[in-house]
Design a binder for this molecule. Structure first.
Ligand SMILES: NC(=O)C1=CN([C@@H]2O[C@H](COP(=O)(O)OP(=O)(O)OC[C@H]3O[C@@H](n4cnc5c(N)ncnc54)[C@H](O)[C@@H]3O)[C@@H](O)[C@H]2O)C=CC1
Ligand SMILES: NCC(=O)COP(=O)(O)O
Length: 361
């Protein structure tokens, strides 16, 4: 891989907001005083990236929005040199035939092709991290996509031959708050039946390991939410907190992980409470994504932990209601690109660090 390889960005659903925020992020690539045009890594306003997807869809969206964004079809190896002057695109997948703001099952083939191409660059070592623009789950399901979302698709693709897929963990991260839902894209009614001590212990281990390995927080503090009001009020308002969450927390503590809980979820997210932990682990999606998106909708990043590669994404969805209007805010995508760059640079620094000296016998 060249010294500074570009990130790869999967275009996402071309009928959604992905093309809008991609173009807007590119236009913000220059930091004040950055004569190189943001072509380099962590200090640039927006780190260099190449988009995998349909170049014509991007060009048409730029026209619709009245944005002057030259595109260049290239490879990751050529992308950094172009990034100052043109948005690098790796053509991937069929032409987009839909319309901005109109969900359509025909977009699913574009989404999948762009994801496959982007992930292929990462697994081949040609890009250091994958960033994904949003897809619409209902559109993907209608077209037969057999995974609940990117998170589960990526885990499936990350499986080594003949081995089970790794357990993927969704984290929504911002400077203000990091949260992990232990169950992800499942109906609310199924949550209690899916919660087990093993699931919570495995989730806690992955969070602790990846916060140390990727984020540099050597011993992260994990706060586990209870499932029920007041964390079950000592078993009187539901049994899962004492039967499942508490034993999982105790097991993690025995492994040396700084875990606390079950804590009443309604009082875990005010500033003083947030200062007491690094990651809040919730029992279901909305329990922790609501506080995360309320505090930092435009700065939040979706990071998948537990994978052998780095993947980030904006925290928002396809926003069909504003696709093609120019109202899409690129901040969350920019935060996702910056975090991917930071994690990739940290990984590179670790892999290049000299091996520790051997202890003398
Ligand atoms: N990573 C992914 O692929 C994700 C995909 N989705 C998918 O997105 C679709 C739509 O989901 P919704 O719940 O409607 O959430 P959404 O995030 O797409 O939109 C919610 C509201 O926020 C606004 N909004 C979203 N992003 C914005 C931005 N960058 N700038 C300004 N306003 C913005 C929208 O206009 C809308 O009013 C669903 O099909 C869902 O599955 C949702 C979340 C993440
Ligand atoms: N609410 C977050 C979300 O739906 C993102 O899911 P994924 O597509 O990143 O798995």
């Amino acid at each position: 891989m060249p010294a500074v390889s570009p990130l790869v960005l999967a275009l996402g659903d071309p009928a959604g907001i992905g093309p809008d925020v991609t173009l807007a992020a590119f236009l913000r690539r220059r930091a004040a005083g950055d004569a190189a045009g943001g072509a380099t890594g962590g200090t640039a306003a927006v780190p260099a990236f190449i988009v995998a997807g349909d170049p014509a869809a991007l060009a048409a969206r730029a026209d619709l929005l009245g944005l002057d964004v030259p595109l260049v079809e290239t490879t990751p190896e050529g992308a950094v040199a172009h990034f100052a002057n043109a948005l690098p695109v790796l053509p991937a997948g069929p032409a987009f035939t839909g319309r901005p703001g109109r969900p359509d099952a025909s977009s699913a083939a574009c989404v999948e092709a762009s994801l496959e191409a982007a992930l292929g660059l990462v697994t081949a070592g040609r890009a250091p991290a994958l960033v994904t623009n949003p897809l619409a789950k209902s559109v993907m399901y209608e077209a037969g996509f057999p995974f609940p979302g990117h998170t589960e698709w990526l885990a499936d693709r990350a499986a080594a031959p003949g081995r089970a897929a790794p357990h993927p963990v969704m984290m929504i991260w911002s400077e203000q708050l990091a949260v992990v839902p232990a169950t992800i894209h499942v109906p609310y009614a199924e949550v209690p039946g899916l919660l087990t001590v093993d699931l919570l212990v495995e989730t806690g281990r992955i969070v602790a390991r990846d916060m140390a390995r990727r984020f540099g927080i050597t011993r992260p503090r994990l706060a586990f939410c209870g499932l029920n009001p007041h964390a079950g009020e000592e078993g009187t308002l539901g049994g899962e907190d004492e039967a499942i969450v508490r034993p999982a927390v105790e097991a993690l503590k025995r492994e040396g992980i700084l875990a606390t809980g079950p804590l009443p979820a309604d009082t875990m997210f005010h500033p003083e409470a947030r200062a007491r932990y690094d990651v809040a682990v919730g029992m279901y999606h909305d329990q922790v994504l609501i506080p995360a998106k309320t505090l930092a909708f435009h700065d939040g990043v979706n990071v998948t932990l537990g994978l052998p590669f780095i993947r980030t994404s904006p925290d928002h969805g396809t926003a069909f209601d504003i696709a093609g209007t120019g109202r899409g805010d690129p901040s969350s995508l920019i935060a996702a690109l910056r975090l991917a760059r930071r994690l990739a640079d940290a990984e590179r620094a670790t892999s290049q660090a000299p091996a520790p000296a051997l202890a003398r016998a």
